[in-house]
Design a binder for this molecule. Structure first.
Ligand code: R5P
Length: 283
């Protein structure tokens, strides 16, 4: 078995290979003058390959499909597709007639050349039902809990009710208390968080979310927590998109981190051990 990673997930792919003591293969990826992508995998590959590629931003999706095709062409029998951050997962139902169910469209295309699918902290498990191959849904609970623990966090908060279970699992791993806030989204960039009486006085609080996009959610949650007397506030997410004013919004917290499902200078936590453990189970 080898590990191949697309250009969105080279760091994570290499770490996973190292953890599993497998050969890591970095494909050759180029652009044609018109912007089209060209991929080539040099050398031999084994019959089973772990292919790691985040499907964000858009061009990384095309690169994934090309890499899958190249692997099949090379005779790979089992492609385990690992998508650390599943772009387009948020549109998983119709909100208005005439829309695409983008997450389903992605699943159908990814499935064409996958024999196993692994996702991490998917926005919703809904999309798993569209796969026709075995799937595994992993969570970054352990590495996130370790990061918060090193910061001395003694209370975990989810910024909305939907993330309650995630916060509960992280808090349970750390052996600390947890709670959630009530968030209402006004637009793509604006959210309000209702005041709530929390027992945050003097606490070192960790806000845990699946995604930090514009950072509005974290900023509003941090304001609430300061009002409730939190002494220090940390923010952590699995998927750090950090769009627009996100880094400005992060000034509301003492420190923040994301995992390497989306690789950037802010991915201070790795999910490599979580992915490696899953591959060991499958292999
Ligand atoms: C929403 O349901 C997600 O869990 C995140 O809270 C959201 O995507 C964060 O977005 P933003 O950083 O733009 O507030």
């Amino acid at each position: 078995m080898n590990v191949v990673a697309g250009s969105a997930s080279l760091g994570l792919g290499e770490k996973v290979a190292r953890e599993l003591d497998l050969e890591f293969i970095k494909p050759h990826v180029e652009r044609f003058p018109d912007g089209e992508i060209y991929v080539r995998i040099d050398g031999d590959v084994d019959e089973e390959v772990v292919l790691v590629q985040t499907t964000y931003p858009n061009e990384k999706i095309i690169e994934l499909f090309l890499l899958q095709d190249a692997l099949r062409e090379m005779g790979v029998r089992k492609i385990i597709t690992v998508i650390p951050y599943f772009g387009y997962s948020r549109q998983d139902k119709l909100f208005q007639p005439g829309e695409a169910i983008s997450a389903r469209a992605m699943v159908h295309h990814i499935s064409l050349n996958s024999d196993y699918f692994i996702g991490i902290d998917l926005h919703s498990e809904e999309l798993l039902k569209w796969f026709r191959v075995p799937v595994m849904h992993l969570h970054a609970t352990e590495p996130i809990a370790e990061w918060l623990k090193a910061k001395g966090v003694n209370m975990v908060i989810s910024p909305d009710k939907g993330g309650y279970e995630r916060a509960r699992l992280v808090a349970q791993k750390m052996g600390v208390e947890f709670d959630y806030l009530e968030k209402t989204r006004l637009s793509g960039t604006e959210v309000i968080i209702k005041p709530k009486n929390l027992d945050a006085e003097g606490k070192i609080v960790g806000i845990v979310d699946d995604i930090i996009s514009t950072g509005g959610t974290i900023a509003r949650a941090a304001e609430q927590l300061r009002e409730q007397g939190a002494s220090r506030i940390y923010a952590v997410c699995t998927h750090g998109l950090f769009i627009g004013r996100a880094l400005e919004n992060m000034k509301k917290v003492n420190d923040f981190a994301a995992t390497d499902t989306i690789e950037s200078g802010n991915s201070k936590i790795t999910v490599a051990s979580v992915v490696a453990r899953a591959i060991r189970e499958i292999a």
